[in-house]
Design a protein around this ligand. Structure first.
Ligand code: G3P
Ligand code: MG
Length: 233
């Protein structure tokens, strides 16, 4: 089962910061999930639409400037990084699940990933692009069919994983609250990987392992690895 660090190792470092990314790599996460919004013509790594919860700033992320963002404290003296800064920081040492937030964030992504492959040593198969905004995923898949996409849902859809098949997705990303065994089985029968968020509790980890999911998003990569018995002897 893959261990995907949710917003980096965000249980032990400020979420979506370079510190959280560095810690996730050190804790041997198989991949790191992060959230991106658009500021000016740059993808920045932050979860919320508003600055208030995770930074010293106030107001909508989309109405900030890069210069303003650079001044903010994102926790423990960390900054709000750009996606390029995260790509440089991780340096192709593990997979990256880039979750597109907001709207029209897809337009900026492919050139950046091309640059990361050309300049930072990433392989395309290390990237997994996900979103709750399925039209953005469809556009990305249409432009770059070999880029892996993960269809996010926070529900158990009527026709189970059919929506992900329609998107030609490679994975379906399920909310642990709706990780119905029938949905998981349907997704896997369709050839989709099943990754479940956010799984931190020992009981949930054990249940997801018993259901045979392909990976979990966790805020505590090292601890979750150990609880699943995945730690090296
Ligand atoms: O990508 C999995 C999970 O992060 C989706 O929900 O709100 O934490 O971005 P959220
Ligand atoms: Mg996310």
């Amino acid at each position: 089962m893959l261990i995907i660090a949710h917003r980096g190792a965000s249980g032990e470092a400020p979420e979506n910061t370079l510190a959280a990314m560095t810690l996730a790599v050190a804790q041997q996460a198989d991949a790191i999930e992060l959230d991106v919004h658009r500021v000016e013509d740059t993808l920045v790594v932050i979860h919320d639409r508003f600055l208030d919860k995770t930074t010293s700033g106030r107001g909508p992320v989309s109405q900030s400037t890069l210069a303003q963002l650079a001044q903010l404290d994102a926790g423990q003296g960390e900054r709000v990084p750009t996606l390029w800064q995260v790509l440089e920081c991780v340096g192709a040492r593990c997979g990256l699940n880039i979750e597109l937030k907001g709207m029209a964030t897809d337009e900026l992504l492919l050139p950046l990933l091309e640059q990361a492959v050309a300049q930072l040593g990433y392989r395309w198969e290390q990237f997994l692009v996900s979103s709750f905004h399925h039209p953005m995923l469809a556009r990305i898949k249409g432009t770059k069919p070999d880029l892996r996409i993960g269809a996010l849902t926070a529900s158990c859809p009527l026709n189970y994983a059919e929506f992900a098949s329609e998107l030609a997705a490679d994975a379906v990303h399920l909310d642990v609250d709706f990780a119905d065994p029938a949905l998981i089985a349907d997704a896997q029968q369709r050839g989709l990987k099943v990754y479940v968020y956010t799984v931190d509790k020992a009981e949930d980890l054990a249940q997801m392992a018993a259901l045979g999911v392909d990976g979990v998003f966790t805020n505590f990569p090292a601890r979750s690895r150990a609880q699943l018995g995945l730690t090296d002897p």
